[in-house]
Write a protein that binds this ligand. Sequence first.
Ligand SMILES: [Ca+2]
Length: 508
Amino acid sequence: MQTAGVATTSWQERLSPELFGLRAGAIWIASLVLFSVTGGALLRAAEPVEAVLTEEKPRVPNIVLFFADDLGYADLGCFGGAAGVTPNLDRMASEGIRFTDFHVSQAVCSASRSSLLTGCYSNRVSIQGALGPGSKTGLALSEDTIAELLKRSGYATAIYGKWHLGDDPGLLPAAQGFDDYFGLPYSNDMWPFHPTAKNFPELPLIDGTDVKIKAVTPEDQKNLTRWYTEHAVDFIDKHADSPFFVYVPHSMPHVPIYASKDFEGKTGKGLHADVIAEIDWSVGTILKKLSDEGLDDNTLVIFTSDNGPWLSYGPHAGSAGPLREGKGTSWEGGTRVPFVARWPGKIPAGKTCDALTGTIDLLPTLVQLVGGQLPERKIDGKDIGDLLFAKKMDWDEPRTYYYYWIGELQAVRQGDWKLHFPHTYRTVAGEVKEPGQPAPYREEKIELALYNLAEDLGEKENVASKNPEMVRKLELQAEVMRNELGDSLTGKMPAAARAAAMVKKKKD
Ligand SMILES: [Ca+2]
C-alpha cells in the first residue's frame, strides 16, 4: 500500500522526467545561472523563465468534473433521453467514453458527495442522507478529499456549485482542499419557499468563505448554472498554464428547477428539459474554453450525477429510463447514473464500457493518473484507468458492490447478479397537483429478491428460488461488509466506520 506523502515539493519536482521534470529542471538551472551572474536581479531572471514556461503546456492532465444534482440515467440524449437537448454532452460521449453501469454509493445528496470526494462508501466516512442548514456534522477534516490529494500534487483546485458536506464555516470547501469556491452550501430547496417544509432559513450563496448573497431569490436561482459556469471559465483562464482541478457540482436539476432567460422555453419540451439544456450549455462553454486555451488534449473532462431522478416531482423530475424507481432507493434508478468522460488522444472516441463502476473509483483513478499518493487510510474505490482508457472492457473477476441506504445494507451486487435483502422503500403514490409540488410517496416492502441485471435491467423478475447458490454466495459477500460498515437491518454495528466532523456548540 502506498503511504500518504508529506507534500512539500512542487508538482514539477515530484513528477517523472517523461512528464515534466527534464524541462522544469532545465529552466531551474537556467534561472540559477541568471540569478548568480546578475548578482540577485531576481525580477530580470524571472522574465525568461516565464516566457519559456508559457511556450509549452504542462503535461499532467487538468481535470474538470461535472456533478449534476438528481439528474436521471436517461436525461441525456446519449443515454436514451430526448434528442437535441444535450448536444454538447452527446458530442462529448461520441468523442470519449460512456460508462453504462456507473453508480453512486447512496441515492441522496450528501452521502453521494462524500463518496465522490473520498473514494469511500459513505458509511465508512459516516455521512448519511442530505445534511440540513446548520448541520451539526459534516465531512471529517481528517479525510483526504480528491481536492487535497491533487493539491499535494501541485494542482490549483476550485469548486463552483453545491457543496453539501457541512455548512459550518470550518467545514466549507476551503477546509477540504479547494482554493476557490462559489456556490450553495446545501440543496437549493432548503429555503423558505420549499413547497411543503416551512422551517428552512434563508438560503445563502457563498463566495470563498464569505456570504455573497444572504437570501437567494428565485431570480438568483435562474442564474446559478450560468454563474457557476462563468466562475469555472475564469478559473481556467487564470490557471491555463498550471495543472488545475475544477469541480462543478451544479445545483440543477434538483428542485426547484430554474433556467435562465436564455433557456426558459428553449427546448419546447418543458422546463426540466430547458434546465438540462442549460447544464449542457455549461459543459459546452467549458469545453470551448479548454479548446480556446489549447488544453483540449491535456484535460480529462468527466460528467456524472449524484443520484437518480426525484420521481415524486413528476414533470420537474428527470427519467431513469429502463431502470426501476429513482432517488432515495437502492433500485438501479436510484444509484445508477450516466457517466461520460472525454480526453482526446487518451480516451478512444465513441467507446462504451459496461463494467460495474462508481463514484468511489474516481479518487484512486485520478490520484494515480497524476502520480499522486493515495490516502493512508482504507478507501473502497478501485483505479478504473484501464477501463477509462479502454485498455480493457471489464474487471478480470466479477466485482462486488454494496448498496447502502442510511445504515441499512439493502442490496449487494456481484457482476450481473443483485440480491436485495428484505427492506422497505418509497414509491410514488399519486399525482403531482401542480408543477413544483411533490406527489406523495408510500412505503413498499421487498422480500429477499435476486435479479440478473444482464437479462432484467428493470429488476422485475425475482429469480432467487431458481438460483439458491447465487443467493448464498451474495449473502456471504454481504456479511463481509456488515462486519466492516455495519447493517441496521440485521442489527450489526459498524466496526470500521470513521467518525464524521462534529460542529462544536457555540458559546452564547
Ligand atoms: Ca441529489
